[in-house]
Structure formats: C-alpha cells, structure tokens
Design a binder for this molecule. Sequence first.
Ligand code: GDP
Ligand code: MG
Length: 439
Amino acid sequence: LADRLQNTIQKIRGKGKVNEADVKEMMREVRLALLEADVNFKVVKDFVKKVGERAVGQEVMKSLTPGQQVIKVVQEELTQLMGGEQSQIAVAKRPPTVIMMVGLQGAGKTTTTGKLANVLRKKYNRKPLLVAADIYRPAAIKQLETLGKQLSMPVFSLGDQVSPVEIAKQAVEKAKEEHHDYVLIDTAGRLHVDEALMDELKDIKEVTKPDEIFLVVDAMTGQDAVNVAQSFNEQLGISGVVLTKLDGDTRGGAALSIRAVTEKPIKFVGLGEKMDALEPFHPERMASRILGMGDVLTLIEKAQANVDEEKAKELEQKMRTMSFTFDDFLEQLGQVRSMGPLDDILKMLPGANKMKGIKDLQVDEKQINHVEAIIRSMTKHEKAHPETINASRRKRIAKGSGRTVPEVNRLLKQFEEMKKMMKQMSNMQQKGKKKGFKF
Ligand code: GDP
Ligand code: MG
C-alpha cells in the first residue's frame, strides 16, 4: 500500500499547480493501492470519491501549494477511515470486567496482556487479575507469571493439565472473591486460524461472557494481519484490535485495512517489548505514517522529552552543587502542571525511583496553587536565599500571597527538607557511580 502511495505522492508533492487530470491519476493510484491492500471495495470507492471531490474543490485549487494540499486531504480522509480515537476500555456494570486476549501465536498476546494490566493499574487505578489460559505453548504460563512478578500483579494459573475453559471460569470466580475489577485472559494462539482454536475461544467466550475481546495482531505481518482480523471477527467476534510491533519498520498499512475490513476500532498499538510500550491508537498519526510523512507528533513528543531530559540534567547538577532555589522549585511546579502526575517527573530525576515513599506521593492541585502563590510573593533574593527569610519577611509573604504564616513556615521547612533529600540522593548517586552501579 505504502509504496504505491509514496510514488504518487512524490509525484504530486512538488507540483505548483494541480489540475483535474492530476487528481484523477492520483486517485486511480490510491484506489489501486487500497484494493491491493485488501480494503473492502465499497470503502475504497467511498474514500476515493470523497478525496477526489475535495481535491478538485476550491480548498485545493485556490491554495498556494495545491500538491501539498491534496496530500493533506488524503491524510485527513485516511484518518477518517481509521475511525476516531477509541482507546477507552469497557467497564462492566458488575465487576469484574472480563477481557479476552486473542490472536495467532507470536502476535504479542501475552506481552500485551501484561502491558494492558499495567495501563489499567497506572492510568485507571484498577486491580487486574492476569489469567494464564495458554496451556499449549511451552513455557507460556511461565512467561505470564514472569510478567506478573515483574509488575507485582497476581497471575491465575492451574497449570497445563486443566482445560483453558475451566481455567477461565475459575479465574472469574476467583476475581469476584478477591475483588479484582478486571480479568485479563491470555489465551492460546496457533500458527494459523483453525477450527480447534476457534472452538476453544468460543467456549471461553461462552463461559466468561467477556466485555471485550481484543484481537492482537502483528503489524509486521501486513496483509496476513488483515486476513487474520477478518477471520477472528467473523468467527468469534472481536471488540477491538491491538496492533503490535509498530516499533519495527512497517508502515502500518495494516491498520487501515483492518479497520476497514472489520469495522472494529484499533484501540492500542504496541511499540516495544517493555511493559510500558503500549499506547492509544492515534488515527491521524497512523495516517501520516502510512503516507510516509513521518510521525510528526511523535517527533515533537520526543523532542519534548529531550528538552525535559536536559532540564533534569541541569537540575541534577544543581542538586549536586546545592544551588537549587525556589525559582527552580517554581519551574518544577509548572512542569508538574503541564505534564501531569508528579511521579512521572520524579522518574526523570535520576535516582528518584529508588527513593522509598515517592511512589505514594499525591499532588493536590489546590495545594500547588497555594505553594505557587507563596513563592511568587518572595523577592528574587529571598527565592535564591531562603535562609534570609526571617519572621517579618514571613509575615509579609503570607500577606502578599493570601496564605497564613504557618503555611509559609511549613513550605520553608519542606523546602529545606527537600534540599536535604536531594543532597542525599545525589550523594547516593555519586557513590553508586564510583562502585559502578547504574542508576
Ligand atoms: P503471543 O504468542 O501472542 O503470546 O506473543 P508474545 O507476547 O509471547 O510475543 C511474541 C514476541 O513478540 C515476544 O518476543 C515479545 O517480546 C514480542 N513483542 C510483543 N509485542 C511487541 C511490540 O509491540 N514490539 C516489539 N518489538 N516486540 C513485541
Ligand atoms: Mg502467549
């Protein structure tokens, strides 16, 4: 799919002017590309018609860079074709919510089961139970148990002598007893879709009445992934798709076809083997990727991450030299606000993840506002030299910020403690480095 589109796009990109004939030619290529990709005929027809209409329409012809404008239209329509963002996960009226993970061998079911559990806990504060229902693949149970250990999450298993249906059934019962709100069933796969596999999955579905059936497919397998998705959807019925291994060099054309053929949303994408490498599916990013324009947003995010990394380094330097001031603190608060959870930021501070108790830190938005107000009421000199803030200054700061003197006192004390902690941390790190530990 991508190659054909790429050629056409290369041709059209540089054009100063686009006429109807150009658009027609391009649309023919797009059409062939989509059909080649096994995209449903009707979908292709609609798509080409829509793009064609828009492309010869005013918005393109009047534009200064019609060639690029056409690409933009194609991109927008591709995005549309892949559906809106759909990364939400079902919540059962009566817990536990049961999610069945299905797919062929090696697609990434077990890995994704772990990743999903991680997301459920981290982002939604849920308590998932992982279920090892692949009794055929050697070491499959062990693999899930290892992931469970790594994530500190319970894994339900009855060994490989009990039928997967029975395992799934007992797992749901156990989840009820032990108040797990999610049950993630890692099922077996085969090399190909076959009847025995489908029968087993249907039985598990029958017994557990899952709220979601996520089909896990390997993006690297291209068109095969599309066929697999079609079979699973027809025979078992799926509620969503997880596209794995997008960190490889596939263009991801499968995403387009899968969505078109199954009409089921792609919910997540796998971007690596690690437990945090699962992300919501962004149709517009995928459209760019398919068009080969590079994943602009991802790049921006990466650049962002780099900047933050630099800041973290700077901060580390400051900790070491103890020149950390209230201004730095303020800046950090700003980051907390713009970046979300404090623990994410702390993660950027080298060594912070080793500190006990940091994981449980909770940040209260109001509290941050108060703290910010107090700091802003300090003079420049006071911010850099908090030790000079005496009683009368404290009173003034309290007045200026609309907070009380005890609150100002508390913040000053906390700040001192924080500096102390940072000093310890940086010492720890220095020592670690000397001994050759990696933090
Ligand atoms: P299963 O047979 O469907 O359970 O597949 P597994 O979860 O065992 O995964 C098969 C292989 O693919 C393992 O080596 C995983 O580490 C790897 N894998 C899974 N998801 C991803 C991904 O998103 N990116 C990459 N690079 N590898 C992945
Ligand atoms: Mg597996």
